[in-house]
Design a protein around this ligand. Structure first.
Ligand SMILES: Nc1ncnc2c1ncn2[C@@H]1O[C@H](COP(=O)(O)OP(=O)(O)O)[C@@H](O)[C@H]1O
Ligand SMILES: [Mg+2]
Length: 322
């Protein structure tokens, strides 16, 4: 059997991610054990294309199968400067389910201060101290979270989240010792700087364990994925060249194999020399400038909305990527 084959229990077809999925499952065991359980944080770290979003999707699937509520949001490079954009996305399912009077009741004293940041109350005449807003939002989300147990929050591309959200995330995760919420954060290493990096470090410190760092696929797993995609007859030399060309990056591998299929390229040694040129066309963007990443920004995220405007009700979900 090829090493790293996706386990039969997984619908995600993720190769060599059993250890990561087991880590998620253990964290969900703790969360779901008891309403008085402590919450927790998991950080998934990896370069573009290594499978962070795919793992979050799998996390959502497992969590929902266990009866958890799952709220998700993702940072976007073009919306980094929109205060509280990501936290607003995250809370949308909860906020949309509440009548205005209920929102007042659940947010309690935090309503006046957190409501404008969440887009559910008119902006105040004064401009409150951002720390005051963050504190109000922490209380508000603690209140909402208590009624939703077991609750899982997924934050994808946290390196692109707005700074105010990251400040909130650091303060909120510091409260998880007595709040049963599992927060899963996916991020690229080294992309965030300054204050944002400091907040992400604080979140990682709450996790109390090293980030789960995603690795590229091995040659064996790449061969397995190649054969699962283009046919069992793909020979060893061809599979090896797929790995050599993509360095085991799952995104590159999936894209390259789609091209192999489209072009009906025979997966044999004699045609392996064509993979390198095919890979260049498969990438469809220049990694270094992040043009591929911008193609993945949230659905309908063209410009910059007004800073306190509510985001569209169609929240991003890792189960249904844009
Ligand atoms: N372990 C894996 N095995 C097979 N395919 C994978 C794996 N991880 C990711 N993929 C595929 O690779 C592509 C990129 O994954 P994605 O999760 O979007 O990466 P990231 O979010 O880290 O940029 C997706 O098509 C995904 O389904
Ligand atoms: Mg992603």
């Amino acid at each position: 059997m090829t090493e790293g084959r996706p386990s039969a229990a997984s619908t995600a077809s993720l190769w060599e991610r059993d250890a990561e999925i087991a880590t998620v499952a253990r964290a969900l065991d703790v969360l779901c054990a008891d309403r008085s359980s402590a919450g927790g944080v998991l950080v998934l770290c990896g370069e573009a294309g290594l499978g962070k979003t795919a793992l979050l999707t799998e996390t959502r699937r497992i969590a929902e199968r266990r009866g958890c509520a799952v709220w998700s949001a993702r940072g976007a490079e073009t919306l980094r400067s929109v205060p509280f954009n990501v936290v607003r996305q995250l809370l949308q399912p909860a906020l949309l389910s509440l009548l205005p009077e209920e929102a007042r009741e659940y947010l309690g004293d935090s309503y006046d201060i957190a409501g404008p940041a969440l887009g559910i109350a008119d902006p105040r005449d004064d401009s409150p101290d951002p720390q005051y807003v963050v504190d109000g939002l922490v209380e508000a989300v603690c209140g909402l979270a208590r009624r939703e147990w077991p609750l899982v929050l997924l934050v994808d591309d946290a390196h692109w989240a707005d700074q105010e959200t990251l400040r909130w995330l650091a303060a909120f995760t510091a409260r998880l010792a007595d709040l049963p919420v599992l927060v899963v954060v996916a991020r690229r290493p080294g992309e965030a700087g300054g204050e944002s990096a400091r907040h992400l470090e604080a979140v990682a410190a709450v996790a109390g364990r090293p980030a789960t760092t995603l690795s590229a696929l091995t040659p064996d797993a790449t061969a397995g994925l190649t054969r699962a995609t283009v046919g069992r007859h793909a020979d060893d030399a061809f599979c090896r060249e797929v790995w050599a060309v993509t360095a085991g990056n799952p995104y590159d591998t999936v894209e390259l194999l789609a091209k192999v299929r489209d072009r009906e390229l025979q997966p044999v040694e004699a045609r392996a020399g064509e993979l390198r040129a095919l890979n260049r066309t498969a990438r469809g963007g220049d990694w270094s400038t992040g043009s591929r990443a911008s193609a993945w920004s949230p659905r309908g995220s063209p410009g910059r909305p007004p800073s306190w405007a509510p985001t569209s009700p169609s929240t991003w979900s890792p189960a249904s990527p844009p």
